[in-house]
Ligand binder design. Structure first.
Ligand SMILES: Nc1nc2c(ncn2[C@@H]2O[C@H](COP(=O)(O)OP(=O)(O)OP(=O)(O)O)[C@@H](O)[C@H]2O)c(=O)[nH]1
Ligand SMILES: [Mg+2]
Length: 357
């Protein structure tokens, strides 16, 4: 992307923020925006995502209203089950963005509409993002049937994950039937993405062991599909060997909750090798899970888990918003740091402090 294009993108985001600030996007016209999104107005979709990403408490009620309106319209249309949410994870540099661009372009050729989102809790610190310096998905981003959204800038994984999940819902309402979510951060962001997608795909590098790949066993266990990536040039044999050894190792793992065997495939996103098998495997998992019930079970479990996460976060925020509670929190925190009180005791005291104040 040229400097001009990127600054015009920044201007568009600023303009969207300004419209929200100037209250053009308020409780009164939520219905119009919702309708605009469902009718495929990209500007409305982008604006709505900016709204749900907002950390200003005063934006939340409007965002809430919008999501409800969208839910009503989507339910009336009754086509939510046709969407497939795909998560892509792997260490920095494994080629996630390149892989997503290739997958996205191929899915568009098959007649799908593709939205790409990211969970990146580190973007504020590093300045990196899905549209960071290296990979901007230039070719995909300009497609009429694609919507590529940079990740929200925030340090808090909880907030980013919530905003991303809400963006998934908005994109689906806008008619995008394949939603791809990239994890950009490390650590907990994989779990956050696992909890919002139907098919979770782990990318690996050929020739490196688990330790080198920075892969924790838990992440391998979360995957529905494993791809040994960059299988091109001199790397082809190494990638096949790695794929074979992962495939053997997976026999030792417990059966995934989906009941389906995890395939290990090799692919290159430079020359496209392996991509059609990957799309076939995603399709096959989708078909099997829809017929055996895992599809809807998994989505229901995810919704119910999200409710727990949100409730936990809201309770904490609510209590912290009370100045006395916040003050008491800091006092206890000092004690914990000094070692005069244990962390659990401090949390317990704080939770039960209301009645003493
Ligand atoms: N040989 C080869 N190189 C690739 C392939 N896919 C990506 N690359 C290269 O690997 C580098 C990293 O690619 P990205 O797509 O930015 O990787 P990423 O995992 O999204 O990286 P982060 O977003 O920083 O975590 C780039 O230089 C790509 O050109 C591939 O299939 N084969
Ligand atoms: Mg990337």
């Amino acid at each position: 992307m040229s400097r001009n294009e990127s600054s015009s993108k920044e201007r568009a985001v600023d303009a969207a923020r300004e419209r929200i600030r100037s209250n053009r996007f308020g409780e009164n016209n939520v219905g119009d925006i919702a309708k605009g999104i469902v009718d495929g107005q990209r500007e409305d979709l982008a604006m709505a995502i900016t709204l749900i990403e907002s950390e200003r408490p005063s934006d939340r009620p409007v965002a809430q209203l919008l999501l409800e309106e969208i839910k009503n319209i989507s339910e009336a249309k009754g086509n939510r089950d046709e969407t497939v949410r795909i998560g892509i994870t792997g260490i920095p540099g494994v080629g996630k963005s390149t892989f997503i661009e290739r997958l996205g372009l191929d899915l568009i050729k098959e007649g799908h509409r593709v939205a790409v989102l990211a969970v990146d809790p580190s973007s504020k610190r590093t300045g990196g993002s899905i549209l960071g310096d290296k990979t901007r998905m230039d070719e995909l981003a300009v497609q009429e049937n694609a919507f590529v959204r940079p990740s929200p800038a925030s340090d808090a994984l909880g907030g980013v994950a919530r905003a991303t999940m809400e963006a998934v819902i908005l994109c689906e309402a806008a008619g995008y039937d394949r939603i791809i979510v990239e994890t950009v951060g490390v650590g907990q962001s994989e779990t956050a993405v696992r909890d919002m997608v139907d098919v979770f795909c782990l990318l690996l590098i050929g020739g490196a062991g688990d330790e080198v790949q920075g892969i924790k066993r838990g992440i391998v266990e979360m995957a529905d599909l494993i791809v040994v990536h960059k299988s091109d040039g001199d790397n082809i044999d190494t990638c096949s060997t790695t794929a074979q050894s992962y495939s053997n190792a997976l026999h030792l793992f417990p059966t995934p909750p989906s009941g389906e065997k995890v395939e290990v495939l090799t692919a290159s996103s430079i020359d496209g090798t392996g991509h059609s098998q990957i799309r076939e495997q995603i399709k096959s998992l989708t078909t099997v899970w829809k017929s055996n019930g895992w599809w809807s079970t998994q989505r229901s479990n995810q919704s119910s888990d999200r409710m727990t996460t949100h409730a936990r976060e809201l309770l904490l925020t609510q209590k912290m918003n009370d100045p006395k509670s916040a003050q008491y929190w800091h006092e206890l925190q000092n004690e914990v740091v000094k070692g005069t009180i244990g962390a659990f005791s401090a949390a317990w005291d704080w939770i039960n402090s209301e009645k003493d104040m």
